[in-house]
Ligand binder design. Sequence first.
Ligand SMILES: NC(=O)C1=CN([C@@H]2O[C@H](COP(=O)(O)OP(=O)(O)OC[C@H]3O[C@@H](n4cnc5c(N)ncnc54)[C@H](OP(=O)(O)O)[C@@H]3O)[C@@H](O)[C@H]2O)C=CC1
Ligand SMILES: Nc1c(N[C@@H]2O[C@H](COP(=O)(O)O)[C@@H](O)[C@H]2O)[nH]c(=O)[nH]c1=O
Ligand SMILES: [Zn+2]
Length: 334
Amino acid sequence: MNTHEIYITRCLQIAKNGLGYTRPNPMVGAVITHNNIIIGEGYTSAYGGNHAEVNAINSVKDQSLLKEATLYVTLEPCSHYGNTPPCSDLIIHHNIPNIVIGCMDDNPKVAGRGIKKLLEAGRQVKIGVLEAECKMHHKRFFTFHNKKRPYIILKWAETSDGFIAPQQRDEKKPVWITNTLSRQLVHKWRAEEQAILVGTQTVLQDNPSLTVRDWTGQHPTRIVLDKNAVLDQSYHVFNTQSETLILKETTAKAICDALYTHNITSVIIEGGAKTLQRFIDENLWDEARVFVGSIQFNSGIKAPRLEGEIDSVTRLESDTLTTYQPLNNNKQTR
Ligand SMILES: NC(=O)C1=CN([C@@H]2O[C@H](COP(=O)(O)OP(=O)(O)OC[C@H]3O[C@@H](n4cnc5c(N)ncnc54)[C@H](OP(=O)(O)O)[C@@H]3O)[C@@H](O)[C@H]2O)C=CC1
Ligand SMILES: Nc1c(N[C@@H]2O[C@H](COP(=O)(O)O)[C@@H](O)[C@H]2O)[nH]c(=O)[nH]c1=O
Ligand SMILES: [Zn+2]
């Protein structure tokens, strides 16, 4: 790793502190160095707060060093007035001479304009250090702007014989397949995404809360599909713990369009089988996280069928978690 890569890596590391808090804004990380020593660091504050560059600049004790400093940042500094003034103006104002950028911002409000401003002010700008890593880090943001839909994570739990629910149940609550460790991990994931979506039957049969309880963080916006308006307000998804959006759209594409209109940059889809299968069949997903528990149902609702490239396999005590990404070559499938 060269010097630039080391500091961009540090930017990526601290940027992750913003995960789940900055949405729908990207979680940016920034580091300021002087003579190869870090003199300031910052990451994007919770939505409506400071951008990473502002926090990094504010954290520098001896501000006179800024005129000889290098600012590292995962994403191109903004050039527009949003909740805060443009960061590119702030960098210029503080006379920071060198700027190293991980990747460019595809947001049409920025798209190269931040860099242009810096260059016009005579600053040295280097673009594309650990570009692939920075693009991956900002995957929700880039998917939203480039594909005009949220970043989509599919998640379900199936029995070792391939069912997501038993044929019959006595009560309106989930029949648990996975262990408490896996269930806690799911709550962490919920806190990381802007929205969580389930189908009508899942609300009717499970009466889920879809909140973050076994982890700290913000509840995602709950999205429930209810084409025929069969759900009444007594279901847990309509309690006051978090906001809930009801959609009547039926295709995955139409759902994505609606979520885009609502400025939702990422969604975790937690079932049921029909809903998940619709997103799989329309090729509208970015990651799938599938738990296989140790129990068997022998009959019931079959798990979705998915063809994907295996990303990782993790054991969580008695459960196995396999993550997939859409196929782009003919590697392993399930
Ligand atoms: N183990 C696990 O991880 C999970 C298990 N479950 C279990 O799954 C079961 C429910 O799954 P399933 O029966 O497949 O139902 P879903 O929860 O996927 O809901 C499907 C129903 O919603 C309606 N709907 C409206 N819009 C859509 C849409 N865009 N896509 C899909 N359906 C839509 C469908 O109507 P129409 O067909 O008329 O369009 C259908 O009646 C429950 O028993 C629950 O316990 C649920 C979540 C996770
Ligand atoms: N049964 C099952 C899952 N079910 C999912 O979790 C939802 C319940 O959410 P909540 O009410 O907030 O706890 C339920 O409706 C369904 O979407 N998830 C899993 O990780 N493992 C499991 O075994
Ligand atoms: Zn900014």
